[in-house]
Design a protein around this ligand. Structure first.
Ligand SMILES: Cc1cc2nc3c(=O)[nH]c(=O)nc-3n(C[C@H](O)[C@H](O)[C@H](O)COP(=O)(O)OP(=O)(O)OC[C@H]3O[C@@H](n4cnc5c(N)ncnc54)[C@H](O)[C@@H]3O)c2cc1C
Length: 381
């Protein structure tokens, strides 16, 4: 078995790192702390993702017919690692290439593929994810947003919450109930809703992870053309399940954690903290967690590269990524001491991001429940 990167993959990583060194602005670290919702970062992200697209790197792992180059999933993994370790300069567009595009590829009509995949692979479109509702988070199938069919439109009413990047989004990957008498997993549909339709109102929710990150999205008699529905009516749950498998390993947080650890170790050395065996042990533990998360993510990527169906391995990789993130975030506070308490400082921003890792994309407890059920076959009670 060969565990090394191929010479071509290594050359790609080198070119990419050189591109990042050249392209990221001097104040990128500060800008990236605003979170992808901040004005500066949002604007930069569009130019940056378009630059990746021009080089053929943004969606190189997609089939040629959909704006890709037919490269392996490993190329996309390298792209994700290098970009996440630098604070994800693609902004919200990481979601497009990780899971929104692949889900449209799988379930979309020809017209939807033409419209959306073309724009995503050109790097000029922002999406948001309209899943969570005030009464439906971990228990997503409790969602109540309703789409009433009237001829060739759905009339949508409801409220979405915690919608990241909604302020800049051109489209929303929206979950609604299309059968008013349905319960739980049945009767749900996915709509690819343009965000500029009348009746869509967006309100910001203050967040620990940066300005303009979270939003409530109010939908009041929004008329969404039926042609925007992704997949069959009332069978949206299979579409969502497919999308979530991609989303869980889409963000290689372990790569950001590993880069942060390098900086923590350097800072600890300068302050003489490496003499402290407890700090050394914690640095080692955090590094081991990042490496474990990396290898577990690679397992999922390998399955994908071999065309294997999605499995609970993506939940395992997600939990490992969260543990790694938390461990690095907590250690940053410990090593920076009182300086780390300053709002917006290096340690503070790392800690805040790590805090949310175990909640987004399904809380850690839910991932563990899924692993227990799907992977280990344990009884529910
Ligand atoms: C950074 C970030 C970005 C996000 N972006 C988006 C977005 O763009 N779009 C979107 O739709 N949503 C988004 N969310 C929302 C996210 O999907 C929800 O927060 C998540 O699904 C949890 O739902 P909740 O907040 O309602 O918490 P709850 O479901 O109320 O859970 C609260 C706590 O109870 C625990 N819990 C709940 N049920 C169980 C159970 N059965 N067993 C054990 N423990 C349980 C959970 O683990 C959690 O710790 C984002 C969240 C974060 C943190």
């Amino acid at each position: 078995m060969e565990f090394d990167w191929s010479p071509e993959d290594e050359a790609f990583r080198r070119d990419l790192v050189a591109f990042l060194d050249q392209t990221l602005p001097q104040d990128w670290e500060e800008m990236s702390k605003q979170g992808p919702g901040g004005e500066g970062q949002a604007q930069f992200s569009r130019e940056f993702a378009a630059g990746l697209a021009e080089r053929g790197w943004l969606t190189q792992h997609w089939p040629v017919a959909h704006g890709g180059a037919g490269a392996s999933s490993w190329r996309h993994a390298i792209l994700g690692e290098e970009l996440w370790s630098r604070g994800e300069p693609r902004g919200p567009q990481y979601m497009n290439v990780n899971w929104i595009g692949p889900t449209i590829m799988e379930f979309g009509s020809q017209a939807q593929k033409r419209e959306h995949l073309t724009r995503i692979s050109a790097g000029d479109v922002f999406w948001c994810q309209g899943f969570s509702e005030p009464e439906a988070g971990s228990d997503l199938v409790a969602l109540r947003s309703m789409a009433r069919r009237e001829d060739d439109v759905y009339v949508v009413n409801g409220t979405k919450i915690w919608t990241s990047y909604a302020n800049h989004a051109d489209f929303c990957f929206l979950l609604v109930r299309t059968d008013p008498d349905s319960k739980r997993h049945r009767g749900i549909s996915v709509l690819l809703m343009p965000m500029d339709l009348p009746g869509v109102e967006i309100r910001e929710i203050p967040a620990v992870v940066g300005e303009r990150y979270f939003h409530e999205v109010f939908l009041d008699e929004v008329r969404v053309p039926v042609s925007c529905r992704l997949g069959p009516e009332n069978e949206g749950w299979s579409v969502v399940t497919y999308a979530l498998q991609y989303e869980r390993v889409g963000a290689p947080r372990y790569a950001r954690g590993a880069r942060t650890l390098d900086r923590l170790a350097e800072h600890a050395r300068e302050r003489g903290l490496l003499e402290d065996p407890t700090i050394l042990e914690k640095l080692g533990e955090a590094r081991a967690l990042c490496e474990a998360a990396r290898v577990l993510s690679y397992r999922v990527i390998d399955q994908r590269a071999h065309g294997a169906p999605p499995s609970a391995d993506s939940n395992v990789a997600r939990v490992a990524g969260t543990l790694a993130d938390r461990s690095v975030g907590e250690l940053a506070l410990e090593i920076f001491g009182a300086d780390g308490l300053e709002s917006g400082s290096f340690a503070d921003s790392n800690f805040r991001m790590a805090m949310t890792a175990g909640v987004a994309v399904g809380a850690t407890e839910i991932q563990l429940n899924l692993i227990a059920g799907r992977f280990l076959g344990l009884p529910r009670e």
